[in-house]
Every structure is written in structure tokens, then in C-alpha cells.
Design a binder for this molecule. Sequence first.
Ligand SMILES: *Cc1c(COP(=O)(O)O)cnc(C)c1O
Length: 373
Amino acid sequence: MIPYSRQSIDQSDIDAVVETLKGDFLTGGQKVSDFEKALARYLGVKHVCVMNSATSALHVAYQIIGLQKDDEVITTPLTFAATSNTAIQCGAKPIFCDIRFDGNIDERKIEALITPRTKVISPVDFGGNPLNITAIQALCNKHKLFLIEDASHALGSQNDGIKVGNIADMTIFSFHAIKPITTFEGGAIATNNDTFYEQAKLLRSHGIVKKELWNSDMVMLGENYRLSDVACALGLSQLKRLDSFIDKRNKIAHYYDERFVNNPFFTTIPIPKNKKSTYHLYPILLDRSLWCSKEEIFKALHAKGLGVQVHYKPVYQFSYYKKLLGDIRLPNTEDFYKAELSIPCHQGMNMDDAIFVADTLLGTLSSLKGCKL
Ligand SMILES: *Cc1c(COP(=O)(O)O)cnc(C)c1O
């Protein structure tokens, strides 16, 4: 089975982990700040604070802006649940905004959702395709809102040559196993704001500051969201390989783009010329006539060794969210969910694999019974 995405671990990664595993500090040592500095340099931002997951990083970011009961967070329903779960954990209410047909939040629909209770906008760079972040930033400035960007898919994505992570108040990255790079589990906040950075470090580690000798003080209620030195050693090694991962994914994606042009079964999502995507996902959008056969297509592709996946079931369709917010239906999000399949695209594939994926996909769709195309 060729999965839709997969980590790549080579000998340099293994050596880095083993060396740190044999060292004096498994956690709380130098590798943590080394990894943070390397990430900050890579992104071109002032500060990075790493944590044990992107979920933790989101939770901390919401705490830093003082998100609380009765506040509203405008976000996308086409994401992993953690983007809005962590806001709910702070007592806030998620307000879901419909998407564009590229999977990103429709920034033209945000302003109508802003109320006196709105505190923050939290969009996601879907699949690594960079958001129109300057338009969203302008809205935030106009209405005095915070901008927390969930860039869990987008470490290394660029807008006009600038890496994702430079515009929002805080940008969140994930190092879960199949995200652009991995630290097993892990995440980070990138920010140019000194105060946000200092608070992130405090909240990551119980809100405790060291004073003199044995004396310490606890100045705020924090968590243990720290990332270990062993994980950071892997992160440092993976970060050196990131650009080669992104190049590989782009090569496969460009092959798919050309191969799938004008096919009768589905469309793809072109990345605008001024943007660069990590291609964490390569989504295809099935023609409306095939939506009712999606289960059959999914099963047939899995049977042939294509580990396709669907991203995402809209968050508001989860039973927990229905209980919380009632029935919500956003038309583009509904259609996108019916149409979307993520096909294999990752650095562990070679071009023969990509050709196999394309052949198998097109072959399966053409042989579909009851397909009236
Ligand atoms: C993976 C993911 C998360 C959560 O990341 P973890 O590191 O697993 O906590 C949050 N948001 C999005 C969009 C994701 O894809």
C-alpha cells in the first residue's frame, strides 16, 4: 500500500536520535533551543517555541491572547478538530466560516461573521497551500482581532517568497509523524512578538520561573507541554532534509498536475504562481456525478494499493459539535467533503510510484460501473 503521506527516516535521523539518547539530557537540554533557533532561522522569524504537539501549541496560543468564555473564534471547518477544540477548551465558541474550492477559508466571507465577541481568526493552510494571509491580516487589523494561523501542513510553504509564519501574531506548526517534518509527536509556535514568546515558554512548563539556587516562583497556571531533547535531535536532523522533501513532493505534484489535465473524472487544485506549497496533501476533487460512488472508489483504490484518504469530515459534523452548536451546513464545505480524496504524494515515493498512482487512479475511475461520463 502506498499511503497518502508517510514519514521519511534515514540513517542521519537515526544517528542524531541515538547520539542524544546516549547523552546527559533526554529533556530540558541544549537540543531544544538548538532546534528552536534552527526553525527560526529557516522561517525567518524572531522566535520559535517548540511543544509536544501542535494541539498543545494551539492551546497555549489561545491562552496567550486571553481567550475565554463568551469569546468567539472564526475558523475553518475543513481542518483537524484540534484547531477549534483547543479554543473550546478555553471556553470560547468556534464560528465556522465557509471555504473556497481550494480548501482554504474564504477570506471574503469572514467579515460578515465578525461580532463584538470575536477575538481571533484561526485559519488553516489546507494541504500546505498558503492562505491569502495578507487579506486576513488586514481584516484583523481593521477589527482589532488576533490572527493565529494553523500552519500544521505548511512548514516551508511560501507566499511571494516569504515563508508561512511571518505574518500572523502566532503561527502553529505540527511535527506529528506524517507532517512536513517529524519529531514523533511535536509542534511549535512561531512569532515575532517578544511577549508572546516569553509567555509561550512559561505556559509550556507549568508557569514556573527559576530564581536563585533552589528557589523558584510560579507566576501563571501552565502545563507540561515540553518537547524532549531526543525529539528535538530528530527535528534538527529532519529540518536539514525538509527542502529536499518539499522538492520531491512538488515534483510528484507537478507530474500529477500535467497528467490529470482535462481528465473527465476530477479536478485538481492548482497552486498560484506566487505561492509555494509543501504539498502535505495532494487533493483531487471528484466530479459531482461521482460523489455517490465515492465509497466504492475509495475501497477499489485501497484494494489496488492506493492508500487514499479524505480530508476532512467538516468539524461541525462531529456529534460533539452538533450538540454544542446545533446543525450547521456550509455549502462549499459540504461539497468539498463529498468531492475530496487525498492521493499519495510524499518524499518516500519515486516517479515510478507516481506513475503507478496516476495509472491506477485513472484506470479505476474509467472502469467504474454506472459511471455516466
Ligand atoms: C495535525 C494537525 C493538528 C494537530 O497536530 P498535532 O501535532 O497532532 O497535535 C492541528 N491542526 C491541523 C490542521 C493538523 O493537520
